[in-house]
Unconditional design. Structure first.
Length: 249
């Protein structure tokens, strides 16, 4: 059984779904489908799916962006609880051990050796906690949005996505967003019949779908109008991407 790596990301301890899939010896794609089902059940039960699974991406050997999930300890518990036999026991033992080791390492990073040092550390922690509370309040609309549409089958127009982004603090409009999507390889930029249509990469990531509408003209001929629409997964993807870019700016 392969080793499991636990990472600390923004104060959360997380495991990569690719490593989890290797440990329990199933295809990563199959684990992703299982997790999508778990997320739907969680949302139906009014639980925050991000307390268990956090959507993410990685680059494969061909430099293509592929989906994955980061699992919290609760997420690993959920996966393990669905397993039986030796594989389930070994996976449970592995992730419990790794999470415990990581928690111990983080708790032992610094131990104050005097009262003044302890007071300074307490003040620093209080300040950090306050900053985290402020950040959590700022992120709350984005988290609620992500939970609401993560498994949604309703797609929206790019102009509607621009409105959602603006509600989440991104200053943009439909024209600027279309331009950004073309410049960054999500929509086709070359002039022609496929102008502003999703690129192959966007379709493979499941960010867009194409809505076809038949238009009957007065002379009897029929034309097909194609419109790119952003999927529920695409809506979460772009909100998170713009949020990350703002943090890096």
């Amino acid at each position: 059984m392969n080793q499991l790596t636990i990472r600390s990301v923004n104060g959360k301890l997380l495991a990569d779904s690719r490593e989890v899939a290797e440990m329990i010896e199933i295809r990563h794609a199959d684990l992703l489908e299982k997790i999508k089902g778990y997320i739907q059940y969680l949302l139906n039960g009014n639980f925050r799916s991000s307390d268990f699974f956090i959507g993410s991406t990685y680059k494969d050997n061909l430099n293509r962006e592929k989906p994955c999930y980061l699992l919290t300890r609760n997420g690993c518990d959920m996966v393990a609880n669905k397993m039986t036999g030796e594989k389930g026991v070994l996976f449970t033992a592995a992730y419990v051990t790794k999470f415990t080791e990581m928690e111990r390492q983080l708790s032992n990073l610094h131990v104050p050796r005097s009262l003044p040092e302890a007071l300074r550390l307490a003040a620093d922690l209080a300040e950090k906690n306050q900053m985290l509370l402020i950040q959590a309040e700022q992120d709350r609309p984005k988290v609620l949005f992500a939970d609401a549409v993560a498994t949604s089958k309703t797609s929206i127009l790019v102009g509607e996505l621009a409105k959602i982004l603006k509600q989440n603090g991104v200053e943009t409009g439909p024209i600027r967003l279309f331009s950004w999507l073309r410049d960054n390889g999500y929509l086709i930029s070359r002039k022609g019949t496929d102008y502003n249509m999703p690129t192959q990469r966007s379709m493979e990531l499941g960010l867009f779908e194409i809505k076809e509408t038949s238009i009957s003209h007065s002379d009897g001929h029929v034309t097909i109008n194609k419109t790119p629409k952003v999927t529920g997964k695409g809506q979460v993807y772009f909100v998170n991407k713009f949020k990350d870019e703002q943090q890096l700016a």
